[in-house]
Design a protein around this ligand. Sequence first.
Ligand code: AR6
Length: 336
Amino acid sequence: MRYYETPREEIDYFREEYEFLSNFYPTKVVFDGITYFNSEAAYQAQKCLHPEERMRFARLSSDEAKRLGQKIERRTDWDEVKCSIMEKIVYEKFIQNPTLAQDLLDTGNKTLKEGNYWKDLYWGVDLKTGEGENHLGKILMRLRDYFRSNGIPNASFPCNSLKGPFGGIWIDDRDITLSECECIVNAANETLLGGGGVDGAIHRAAGSELRAECATLGGCNVGEAKLTSGYKLKAKYIIHTVGPKYPTENCQLNLTKCYIESLNLAKKNGIHSITFPSISTGKFSYPKKEACRIAVQTVKRWLKENCDYSMKVVFSCVDPTIYELIYSELKDTENE
Ligand code: AR6
């Protein structure tokens, strides 16, 4: 009888209901400041000799990522570090997706093996012979034990952590209304009574009480900021700032002011975590590259000048172009 024909109390084929155990399973995972569409892409990206190349993996399917991983120039210590990197990524995948962590726990005490036909005897086992080191299965079983003893921890997802890969600054590709920070910033207009874009999304998610409070504030000038409650949002507060239209007189200065005034107002109110949208880059047509440069440089300068105050800053970038621009600006200025 061949190995795969014997009845076994184990899960040795990561497909169908057990596909979530595979790194090819399509679920977002944030790793080292980059959001990937699957853990395979996150893993392959870590092979890069030049870290700035990791972004190339961010939007790839698992197959595409695997292929690109075979082509890029590889870091020299890869063989020594790959197993511990894999463990970290798989851990992040599960804690960032707690329903998957629960599914992992539900596999009970069954042995987990990545059975395959493609002769990967390192991460899995050969489905015909049962031979292989099964490192992925071992990682999964270790995590399962860990979750069983300690519960499923809160995600160390950027939004819950005060430490970021860029000195306290994080990038998030989700809608700003989902932010778990204490405060989100709204790219509003001078009336503060709502509008389209991110403003519309925030008003919709916060509910009508927000508009009622905004109506008492007497509007807001370009480059200034005002605080309200967050109402139905997870965020306790909203800071409304009005970005400049492009092109207008002093638009660069006014865009800089939006970030500074928002951060000052947050600090004044004892806020320690804040999520920004990319102010003025939508309806107000500010060129994205320049706006992202201003955003990153201004925030970094403010954090430096206020280093006695703990503040986590998240850039919410639903637009992939903005995401990439903010990321490269952060990377380029990493050592400044
Ligand atoms: N989460 C995060 N970012 C978002 C979201 C969201 N839900 N929705 C859009 N963005 P815009 P502005 C991004 O037009 O240019 C309003 O009508 C979007 O991809 O919202 O400052 C106000 O009432 C873009 O990169 O703001 C004002 O009249 C960025 O947010 C005017 O628009 C800003 O786009 C303000 O224009």
